[in-house]
Design a protein. Structure first.
Lengths: 264, 270
């Protein structure tokens, strides 16, 4: 009993400390993004563009692939139920609303946490254990400004963009099933989708994906820069980064969904 | 050499430096001066605190108590902005070179110049070539660090450390993992830079051949304390059994690694 309590206490303590560290790093990032340019120490543009290409453009294909097929699956699964009610046309509405509100943002974020978050942690962790981070400091370059801020900015910009594309691809997937398998007219499908989609659906989805981007960036950078102990440490940090990101994305999704639901 | 030491001013003055990690005291009141233009070697066994000591000199660790005076400022109390200014005046060669492997050799050396000066890119390119020439690696600027051998990485690291023409260069085990010829090359570079450019060199090493080749003065650290400071001759003839054991590489002596006797068996079977 005591040991169980003890380990719960330890876990909570560890979690709170890490959350505190992450918040501190996030504030430093904001400082460099907002105040940096006035101190003639801006976030390096070259690093920002490189990260934008890596986290955005290079992720495009997998996001299109995953969201397109999930859209198709969603259409088939909901048609299976709605056919019995004779309401097959609502497949369009269901796919459109659930893609934009929920599945698009969450699925895209999970894909990016696995692809980009893991890569960020592995890269920063390797830099840490090979003294490159310390070398940056010795040269007088702040690692948060030079390494973390460009990654945070790139993800915060690119994840919502990828989510919009993913939303669209999901709806295209649903459309393909609706028109080819369910015998729905092309125009009718599109009209129904547009009729049921509201701006609020799209905006809440985008707000979610922005929050997910901050979560992925901060967790992966913090895990990377906090790495100790050689190759094994790099592996451990990378695993922890992806697992923590997944959990925090789901937790944040639940909280945000509840907020939007109860706040109307 | 030794007669001129008294006329030189200290560039680094450490007073009563204390640092503990997790309740274990790593540095226990280290006090010493490093003089202008000398090659000062910090030696000691593994875990004696020499790396921790070096990290206080470059400001990447803060002491629990004590002072680290450098260029007339206590860097133990300097804030980030001041530290940024002070860092321009010293360079550091890391044990593994510490090169950024996403950048070419040339960009590695150019980075401090781009960050701290407003020089034109064409001038920076010339300066990069000059630094590479100094370490005997002209024409290597377009290679990536992964294409270099260990000795070359260290020399590029050295070129980057002197990019801003620092007054002090810190070396963390510069010859670890190098073959005897490359060790000689790096040692000669250290000596040349110190003598020709008037740089103060602070070298952490436990390579005894290098120590006696490059040092003007040596400090021997043991269990976080200064055992003795002296010229190579003084250290070579030191009475202290710990120093004698260390420079001769004797497995038997006051620094004990081997467990013997009855207690040994008891510990194993306990």
């Amino acid at each position: 009993m005591i040991t169980a309590l003890d380990s719960i206490g330890r876990l909570t303590h560890g979690f709170l400390r890490q959350a505190g560290d992450m918040l501190a790093m996030f504030c430093q990032c904001l400082f460099w993004i907002v105040v940096g340019p006035f101190k003639r120490k801006p976030v390096p543009v070259k690093n920002f563009f490189a990260q934008t290409v890596f986290s955005g453009w290079d992720s495009l294909l997998i996001v299109i692939f995953v969201d397109f097929f999930i859209g198709m699956v969603l259409a088939m699964q909901s048609a299976y139920q709605l056919e019995q009610l004779g309401a097959t046309i609502y497949v369009a509405a269901l796919v459109g609303v659930s893609m934009t509100r929920e599945i698009g943002p969450v699925l895209t974020a999970l894909v990016i946490a696995g692809r980009v978050g893991a890569a960020i942690t592995a890269e920063l962790a390797t830099m840490k254990v090979t003294e490159q981070v310390e070398a940056l400091q010795t040269i007088g370059l702040n690692p948060v400004r030079y390494l973390v801020a460009p990654r945070l900015l790139a993800l915060a910009l690119m994840l919502p963009v990828l989510t919009v594309i993913g939303d669209l691809m999901g709806m295209v997937g649903g459309y393909v099933i609706g028109v080819t398998n369910l015998g729905l007219g092309s125009g009718l499908y599109i009209d129904t989708t547009i009729e049921f989609l509201t701006n609020k659906d799209i905006l809440t989805g985008l707000l979610k994906s922005f929050v997910f981007a901050l979560i992925i960036a901060m967790i992966s950078c913090q895990q990377g820069l906090g790495t100790e102990g050689g190759a094994e440490g790099v592996g451990r940090s990378t695993t922890r980064s992806v697992v923590t990101s997944f959990i925090m994305i789901i937790v944040a999704d639940a909280i945000l969904t509840a907020l939007f639901y109860f706040a109307g | 050499m030794s007669s001129s030491h008294h006329e030189r001013k200290p560039v680094i003055s450490v007073k009563n430096l204390v640092k503990s990690f997790g309740g274990r005291r790593i540095l226990n009141g280290v006090t010493l001066d490093i003089l202008e233009g000398e090659t000062f070697v910090i030696m000691g066994g593994s875990g004696c605190g020499k790396s921790t000591f070096l990290r206080h000199l470059i400001g990447s660790l803060r002491p629990d108590s004590g002072e680290v005076w450098m260029f007339g400022e206590d860097i133990a109390k300097a804030d980030e902005d001041r530290m940024h200014e002070i860092r321009k005046k010293f360079g550091m060669l890391f044990q593994s070179g510490g090169l950024f492997d996403s950048m070419s050799v040339g960009d590695n050396i150019a980075l401090p110049l781009r960050e701290h000066t407003k020089l034109d890119d064409s001038i920076i390119r010339i300066m990069v070539r000059m630094k590479l020439e100094l370490v005997g690696l002209s024409g290597f600027e377009d290679l990536m660090p992964s294409q270099l051998s260990g000795g070359m990485k260290k020399r590029v690291g050295l070129a980057r450390a002197i990019a801003l023409d620092p007054k002090i260069v810190f070396y963390d085990e510069p010859t670890a993992g190098l073959d005897p010829v490359m060790t000689g090359v790096v040692d000669k570079l250290t000596i040349d830079l110190t003598k020709q450019l008037g740089i103060t060199s602070v070298v952490v090493t436990h390579d005894m051949n290098s120590v006696f080749r490059i040092a003007d003065r040596i400090v021997m650290l043991h269990k976080g304390e200064v055992l003795q400071i002296g010229t190579p001759e003084e250290i070579r003839h030191a009475k202290d059994p710990i120093i004698q054991q260390f420079i001769n590489g004797d497995p038997e002596g006051p620094i004990s690694f081997l467990q013997r006797g009855e207690g040994y068996l008891d510990k194993l079977t306990a």
